[in-house]
Design a protein around this ligand. Sequence first.
Ligand code: TRP
Length: 344
Amino acid sequence: MDSFSAITARMPALRAEITAHPERHRILTGERPTGALHLGHLFGTILERVRLQQMGVETFVVVADYQVITDRDSVGDIATNVREVVRDNLAAGLDPERTTIFTHSAVPELNQLLLPFLSLVSEAELHRNPTVKAEAAAAGRSLSGLLLTYPVHQAADILFCKGTLVPVGKDNLPHVEVARQIARRFGERYGAVFPEPAGLITTAPELPGLDGRKMSKSYGNAISLRMTAEETAAVIRRSQTDSERSITYEPDRRPGVSALLDTAAVCLGRTPADVAEEIGNGGSGALKRLTATAVNDFLAEHRERRAAIDPATVSEVLHDGNARAREIAAATLAEVRAAMGMAY
Ligand code: TRP
């Protein structure tokens, strides 16, 4: 597999190619509807997909409901979570006229691609996937068959619509590599059906959670997009900092302070060091006030748009998106059957 730095080095050329020829590309990306989306999702992938959509690249967003059961027994309030994911994507600026938003469970032809795809990977390869290993360790339980094979299912997400670009965070890059391998191996065995997709690493640095660890709802360190301004100010106020008056950006030594600086900086479009300098000897109180204001100002419009999206609109977007995804998946599956000599 190409190293992260090799992939990063290719990004400027890839971005130039997309700008010059948006019509040559199709984007597929998505998220697991395990709970409310947070600020890390917004900066990490959602705003990026909105920019790409605005550049004229056809975009698909999978609300990956079958991925929810990879590492847990219960789906939780899946219907609400799916609808909230759709709502946040729309509020961020995704236009359902130009972007297809759909769920796994509504597109059987996509899921069927999993069977031929599974035959193209070895058990050892599945066990070697670093993200699967990390997720299995974090789940603290034995690996489910679906967790082991979900990168292959994710390849079906990408390849059913012949996606060429996959905007992902760093932790999902190994999965894009799996999709590339499957596209290539399918081509070698049965003839060319799938283009090889490329991972598109977002230009935004990964936003840490309020304690400096990865932002995650399960760590309780996330700023959820559905929090009110008051709730946002409250979680920031409760976040763990230290008692040094002088505010400096030192992620290793001062994770809490630095995470707040990262958060404020990304919302203000400035560097964390610059924000630290502005606060100077103001201490954690001033840092927290500044951060809360920066986040709330940044999210004000998103929250307004979010509140204006009614449940009927969300239903309609999902219904139309699922129908369109199904049409495309059925056409791809027909090509796959023909390539495999299974068109009876
Ligand atoms: N695994 C991704 C995540 O956890 C979500 C996802 C599902 C995805 N299918 C995808 C991302 C296909 C990119 C492409 O965030």
